[in-house]
Design a protein around this ligand. Structure first.
Ligand SMILES: Cc1ncc(C[n+]2csc(CCOP(=O)(O)OP(=O)(O)O)c2C)c(N)n1
Ligand SMILES: [Mg+2]
Length: 323
């Protein structure tokens, strides 16, 4: 899993105690925000599509911590965690999910299209891989305007089979744009396992386009941060794009409509390092905050107790999907 063709500068200083606490706070904020969003969706308060980010928190917090205020971000539809980690107001983001007209995207975007230009957060996008060319265009603009800014482009493993992925990588190199491609590989695109949709590793595709690439543990906020710092430093120094693949896992279905018939609970638990499914944050808490009261955070991040996550319970009874 560890492919590192990176040649960028070394990482910057280690985070201090306040920063470590901040990382933990942000990951827990995202987890709680997503739990509440799911609850409100089942009550009919939030409508449209809802793709929860539960389990992937360390990716958002780690990568955002490497950016400066002047940098820009484009991402995909699973964007709540990215928005919160970038510092968008959680109350305004939640109001956007409700469709309030005075909130981050004027109530017109909803869950998949969060947007706040004041934070350089230039959108969640619902069409898979369609925002990768936008990132290259933004990077080209930043370069031509000599802004010294970097564009962070976040997407899922499902993007790599799309034509835009290849067009974007190719031109980002030819034009030497300051883009950090950040792929959150959660092993599934909807219900299709990644291994069934790509014949090679993602990092090898980046290499093929002459982009330095690294694969990291996306369940470890500090590992993500260190890789992101190196990626951002590389892009900002004028050396062109950089590619980070973060191995992660979503603990909820693809969306609230997903009955999760394609994976087993054992797979889910294994993804969390043979710990309970909500322990990615707990593991980070152990590292970041040794004397924290950790027990209180054992929320029920994964619904039900069936062996197959959305399938049948131990007695063979079919679970009813939430939506
Ligand atoms: C061009 C396009 N094709 C298909 C879809 C339907 N679709 C929505 S999400 C998704 C899976 C994407 O998976 P991935 O990129 O791995 O992101 P994840 O949901 O795992 O975060 C698909 C196929 C779409 N939105 N756009
Ligand atoms: Mg995926």
């Amino acid at each position: 899993m560890s492919l590192d063709t990176a040649t960028g500068p070394a990482t910057s200083a280690e985070p201090d105690a306040d920063q470590l606490l901040q990382f933990l706070y942000e990951m827990m904020l995202i987890r709680r925000f997503e739990e509440k969003s799911g609850e409100l969706y089942t009550k009919g308060k939030i409508r449209g599509f809802l793709h929860l980010y539960t389990g992937q928190e360390a990716c958002a917090v780690g990568v955002m911590s490497a950016l400066e205020a002047r940098d820009k971000i484009v991402t995909h539809y699973r964007d709540h965690g990215h928005a919160l980690a970038r510092g968008l107001d959680p109350n305004r983001v939640m109001a956007e999910l409700y469709g309030h007209s005075h909130d981050v995207s004027g109530g017109r975007g909803g869950s998949m299209h969060l947007y706040d230009a004041s934070k350089g957060f230039l959108g969640g996008y619902a069409i898979v891989a369609a925002h990768l060319p936008l990132a290259v265009g933004l990077g080209l603009a930043a370069k031509m305007k000599r802004e010294d800014s970097v564009v962070l482009c976040i997407f899922g493993d499902g993007s790599v089979g799309e034509g835009e992925f290849h067009e974007a990588l190719n031109f980002s190199v030819l034009w030497q744009t300051p883009v950090v491609f950040f792929c959150e590989n959660n092993l599934y695109g909807m219900g299709v396992a990644f291994a069934q949709s790509l014949s090679t590793g993602i990092g090898r595709l980046a290499e093929a386009y002459n982009i330095p690439a690294v694969t990291v543990n996306g369940m470890d906020v500090l590992e993500v941060r260190a890789a992101a710092q190196r990626a951002v430093a590389h892009a900002r120094s004028g050396k062109g794009p950089y590619f980070v693949e973060a191995m992660t896992y979503r603990y909820r279905g693809h969306s609230m409509a997903d009955p999760e018939l394609y994976r087993l609970r054992t797979t889910l638990t294994a993804a969390a390092g043979n710990r309970a499914p909500d322990d990615a944050i707990e593991a980070d808490a152990t590292t970041l905050l040794p004397d924290a009261r950790r027990g209180h955070d054992r929320g029920d991040a994964v619904p039900g107790s069936a062996e197959r996550v959305g399938g049948r319970d131990a007695a063979g009874q079919r679970e009813r999907p939430a939506h």
